[in-house]
Design a binder for this molecule. Structure first.
Ligand code: FE
Length: 134
């Protein structure tokens, strides 16, 4: 894995949209059903909106009905890291980009086969690079 991206708060504020900043750097959650990728069906690779690291393949995307784009596994196990999150009076597992530390969403254990995991990710934390049409 490449060295972690280290940027100052000021640099992040300049590079990210206000909503991306709130999610990636302040761990906010976008409102359900509002994100650009919730119903996205195109094939491609979802990259980190903060640093461009490949995080989730469309092959692992499924319709969870939650209102957020959901994946059953990351593109590479080393691309994301998890952390226990007891905020909001809930016991959840937070997911962030291993390269830049940007908050992505949470992972729950009620996903489909083959992993049984549901990575519930904020659309604005992602940037889809669609596979070129054949
Ligand atoms: Fe990142």
């Amino acid at each position: 894995m490449a060295e972690r991206v280290q940027k100052t708060d000021e640099e992040w504020r300049k590079e990210l949209s206000p909503e991306q900043y709130r999610v990636l750097r302040e761990r906010a959650t976008e409102a359900p059903w509002t994100g650009a990728y919730n119903v996205e069906k195109r094939d491609g690779m979802y990259r980190c909106a903060g640093c461009g690291t490949e995080l989730f393949s469309s092959d692992a995307k499924f319709d969870s009905g939650s209102g957020w784009p959901s994946f059953f596994q990351p593109a590479d196990a080393a691309a994301v890291e998890v952390e226990h999150d007891n905020s909001m009076f809930m016991r959840r597992t937070e997911v962030h980009c291993a390269n830049c530390g940007g908050h992505l969403g949470h992972v729950f254990e009620d996903g489909p086969n083959p992993t049984g995991l549901r990575y519930c990710i904020n659309s604005c934390a992602l940037d889809l690079a669609p596979t070129a049409e054949k």
